[in-house]
Every structure is written in structure tokens, then in C-alpha cells.
Write a protein that binds this ligand. Structure first.
Ligand SMILES: [Zn+2]
Length: 548
């Protein structure tokens, strides 16, 4: 009896515990490499599984068989034969790696039709050099077939690629196999080690960073990552709304990350700015949130609340002051060289131009230099506005700050309403925050109304955390409806009747049922709640019985 228990999601990647009751391996964490002929003894004699991935539907239907037991054979041209809890197997997936465009097409097709709570097995495919991209694509179970084949071919496997066997003598590795000159042992160890590393990165919600680093050695891996990024609506569904820790935007592809695009998307579709007639465009700071940096303290002193502050930054584009604590605005790190490449400029100026077209200001002041200034000028030209300049270099210099302050002499104060901006961004709602008070030490802020706490900022992930009273102020959305029971802890998938399709992994949600309401955080997307039979749907924070 095989059981899979998914405990951690990171985009398409899954980590958890694989249990094979009564088998030789009672419990293993996945992604895992297993001796699959002992775990699935019938596989050795099973026919009708080894159909080429690119085979046409007619051929596939004639030859493929789902199999009598685990794992269940899948094929892009076959209707989904798998159920929740199954191990699904994609034979010949190693050939898909050679065709990045079709790889992503097949993957999308298969993901759409297969239950979310399945464990994906790629037989004969995993090498230390491709484990990262296979796990990033959602595979979680591998065998030693591909590395054993490399050993037979006299190739030394590392995460950076496969090299002639002599490389083993060059001191690259000091594993058991390398000490005794045993290539097969080394290759298997190298695969185990790499899969363990990937598993660790999934646990840390940092698999993307590992993939961006690892993929450089193989053009196909880079292409797969890029094709997955291009399919924004497909991958956005699986991306958590926030991650713990720093988002490292260290490569050109970082700009295409779901988190970066989602930020711009929500900025332009959900975010409601305060009423203001003047906007000041400011440079970003290395310290986050920006308000805590020396430079931004100076900018804020000079502006003195008389303009709406918009921060121009790469790769996020544009961060209004109220969204500086939102993920990933408070959580990104980017190499600073002062050089903005053409792609970066075009992407960021496009966001700024769309924002300025959507939200009109009487005056837009550019308090910028270098690449950020160029971006502002490109955007101004696109949307036909005339920028005012309070500096063209050294924005933190005394003269520049004095000019910035002076330029706002006749302007009135803009209402400082961080909560309103954050609420609109996170929940897509627009409501009056009149009468709400904030306390706490920035950025750890708590908001209350009539002496009752309604929201607080979770500085770990930049999300607003509503209390029951806070939820009462959010008219709709982000609800998970449960059936007629009183949750005793986390809400599990079978208890969910309906969930707002906007919900993503990590979102703050309100659980609503006939017997109880609860506040908590979604542990998976609404789509996955619908498409699974087991697992935690919502990690509950507080439960309130419904008075009968
Ligand atoms: Zn070794």
C-alpha cells in the first residue's frame, strides 16, 4: 500500500513523504530516488508503458496501458487515467528534455488533466544535472536507471554535467565511490545528493533560485525555464502569493518570474492609490522596506507628505509607498551596478506608463538619476506627460533635496493611507479606512477600529492578516466554504465545498461554514483544493463557532 503525503509546495514542485507500507522502504521524503523495481515489482514485466512521448493519439491508444497497479502510466495524448493519491509515470520523459517547447506544452496538458495530489515519476530520466528542472516541473520520484546508464557509458555525473570517467580522478568529489574509483557508486551518490539539495530548496521555498543558477550549464534547461515563465497564467496558478525570506533577482530571467509579473499585474489591476495631484518618482534603496533607509528618510523629510511617492525599481518596476511592505517589494535583492539594460528599461517604463495612464496626476516630479531617470523619461514620452525635474543626479544631495522640498511649497498634504493601498492590492477591494488607527513600530503595524484590532502586517511575507472583525470589512472574495462540521484545527481538502478561484497558496482566507467560521492561510490554491482529495487546504489560526 503506497501513500503520498504532500507537505510543501513551491510552484509546480512538491515535497512530502512517500510511504510504502509493508515494503522495503517504509517512509522516504520526496523528491526521492528509489530502486523502483523493488518498490513497484510489477514494473519489470509490465508491457504497454514504454510509448514515445511524441507518439500520435491513435498509436498511443493502441499500445499504452494504464497498468493494473502503481504507478499509473500517463501520456499527453491519453485521457487522464489517474486518481488522487496515485503515483503517475511518464515514460521516456528524458526525450522531452531535448525539446523544451514541447516539454512545456506536454507538461501543461498533463497537469491540467491529472489530479493535483499525485506523485510524478520520471523513469530512466534523472541525472544530477537535470534533477533541478525535473523537480521544478513537478516531478518527485526518480530511479537510478539514467545514472547507471551513464556509468556503463563511462561518464562521470555531476550537477554541472557529464564528463569522461577520468574526471573522477581529478579530486572533484570525495565520496565513497570516488575514494575507491567506483564510477557507479559515485554517480548514484551524486544523484542522491542533488535530489536532496533540491528537496532542501523546496523546503526553503527557494527552488527558483537554485534553478536559475543550475540551468546555465544546459541550454535546454534555460529554455524550459523560459517557456514555463512565458506561460504566466499556467504557472501563476501554482506560485505562492508570498515566500519566506529573500527573493534573489540575480539573473535576467528574474524579471520574468511569476512573483515579479504578478506584482505588476496586481499593481495595475487591483491597487488603488490615494487621492493626490502630485506624484514624486523616487529611486529605490538597498535596505527594505525603503522607508527604513537613510535616503528615503531624507526624501520623506523633503516631501513632507505633500505628494504621492512612487519608487522606480528593478525588477519590480514601480512600488507605490503603501506597497513597500508587500511581497516581494520588501523581500527582493538585486545586484546593483548602476547599469540598466534595454530590456529592463523597456519592461519598467512600460509598467510606469500604464500606471500613469490609469492614474492621472497634475504634476509628476522625477527625483531620479541614471537608469531610473531614463525609465521615467521613456514612460513620460509614451503616455504624453511632461516630467518636472528636481535633480538629474545625486538625488540624496542637499541641493536636490532642497529643490524637491521647494517644488512642493504650494502643495497640500496627501492622506497617508498604507492600509487602503495594501488592502486593495491583496484583496482587490476598495473600502473606506476612515476611523482606523495604526499602532506599532514600522513595519510591524497593527490597525484597529473602535478599539478592536482589524488587521496587522505580517512582516515575514508582507501580507495583511485580518481578524474576524477585519474580515467583516472585506465585502467579498478570499472565502473558503466548508461543509457542516466544526474544524478541530486545519481544514482538510475533503471538508471544502467551494473556494474563491483567486486564492493562491499562502493567501489569507476566511473559512465559512454552517457550524463555524475561521481565519487562516491557504495551504494550496483554490484550483488545487478542487483538484485534490486530501491534504491541508487551510492552516487555521482562529476558529469561531457559529451561534445556532
Ligand atoms: Zn564521488
Amino acid at each position: 500500500m503506497i501513500r503520498i503525503d504532500i507537505r510543501k509546495r513551491d510552484g509546480l514542485a512538491r515535497a512530502g513523504i512517500f510511504t510504502c507500507e509493508g515494503g522495503s522502504i517504509p517512509q522516504v521524503p520526496f523528491p526521492a530516488v528509489l530502486e523502483t523495481d523493488t518498490v513497484f515489482p510489477s514494473l519489470a514485466t509490465r508491457g504497454g508503458t514504454n510509448v514515445p512521448i511524441s507518439a500520435p493519439a491513435e498509436f498511443v491508444k493502441t499500445y499504452i496501458s494504464r497498468g493494473p497497479d502503481q504507478p499509473v502510466a500517463l501520456h499527453p495524448a491519453l485521457e487522464n487515467p489517474a486518481q488522487s493519491g496515485d503515483i503517475v509515470m511518464l515514460a521516456n520523459w528524458h526525450t522531452a528534455l531535448l525539446n523544451p517547447r514541447r516539454y512545456v506544452g506536454w507538461l501543461k496538458n498533463l497537469k491540467e488533466k491529472t489530479p493535483a495530489d499525485t506523485l510524478w515519476y520520471a523513469p530512466g530520466t534523472a541525472l544530477p544535472s537535470n534533477a533541478h528542472i525535473l523537480c521544478y516541473s513537478g516531478f518527485g520520484l526518480f530511479d537510478y536507471i539514467a545514472v547507471d546508464l551513464k556509468s556503463a557509458q563511462g561518464l562521470f555525473c555531476t550537477p554541472e554535467g557529464e564528463f569522461p570517467a577520468e574526471a573522477q580522478k581529478s579530486g572533484i568529489c570525495s565520496c565513497e565511490g570516488c575514494k575507491t574509483g567506483d564510477l557507479k557508486v559515485h554517480n548514484r551518490r551524486a544523484l542522491d545528493g542533488e535530489v536532496a539539495l533540491v528537496r532542501y530548496f523546496i523546503g526553503q521555498s527557494k527552488l527558483r533560485e537554485l534553478v536559475e543558477a543550475r540551468c546555465r550549464m544546459n541550454a535546454n534547461h534555460v529554455a524550459i525555464m523560459r517557456h514555463l515563465d512565458t506561460d504566466y497564467t499556467g504557472t501563476e496558478l501554482y506560485a505562492p502569493v508570498a515566500r519566506s525570506g529573500v527573493m534573489r533577482a540575480n539573473s535576467g530571467e528574474s524579471m520574468q518570474r511569476v512573483e515579479v509579473r504578478r506584482f505588476a499585474e496586481r499593481l495595475l489591476t487591483r491597487y488603488r492609490p490615494p487621492k493626490a495631484t502630485v506624484a514624486v518618482l523616487l529611486p529605490c534603496s538597498a535596505k527594505k522596506p525603503y522607508s527604513l533607509s537613510q535616503s528615503h528618510r531624507r526624501f520623506q523629510m523633503a516631501i513632507a507628505g505633500r505628494a504621492h511617492e512612487l519608487i522606480i525599481t528593478s525588477p519590480l518596476g514601480l512600488v507605490p509607498r503603501e506597497l513597500e511592505c508587500v511581497y516581494p517589494a520588501m523581500h527582493y535583492d538585486v545586484p546593483v551596478t548602476g547599469y540598466w539594460d534595454a530590456e529592463e528599461c523597456r519592461y519598467i517604463s512600460d509598467i510606469l506608463a500604464r500606471y500613469l495612464t490609469l492614474h492621472k496626476y497634475d504634476r509628476v516630479i522625477a527625483h531620479l538619476e541614471g537608469g531610473a531617470l531614463r525609465v521615467a523619461e521613456m514612460a513620460a514620452e509614451t503616455c504624453g506627460i511632461t516630467l518636472e525635474y528636481t535633480c538629474r543626479e545625486h538625488p540624496t544631495g542637499e541641493a536636490a533635496l532642497a529643490q524637491l522640498s521647494h517644488s512642493l511649497d504650494c502643495e497640500r498634504r496627501v492622506k497617508d493611507d498604507r492600509l487602503h493601498g495594501m488592502l486593495s492590492y491583496q484583496f482587490g477591494c476598495d473600502f473606506d479606512t476612515k476611523g482606523m488607527l495604526s499602532r506599532g513600530h514600522f513595519p510591524e503595524l497593527f490597525y484597529s477600529k473602535n478599539n478592536q484590532q482589524v488587521f496587522s502586517i505580517d512582516t515575514g511575507n508582507g501580507l495583511l492578516r485580518p481578524t474576524f472583525e477585519g474580515w467583516a470589512l472585506i465585502p467579498q472574495g478570499y472565502r473558503v466554504t466548508i461543509s457542516d462540521f466544526l474544524p478541530e484545527g486545519d481544514v482538510l481538502v475533503p471538508g471544502v465545498v467551494e473556494a474563491d478561484p483567486a486564492i493562491r497558496d499562502g493567501d489569507e482566507v476566511l473559512v465559512v461554514g454552517p457550524k463555524a467560521t475561521a481565519t487562516g492561510r491557504a495551504a494550496m490554491s483554490a484550483a488545487e483544493m478542487k483538484n485534490s482529495k486530501r491534504g491541508v487546504a487551510v492552516r487555521v489560526r482562529k476558529i469561531k463557532k457559529v451561534a445556532v
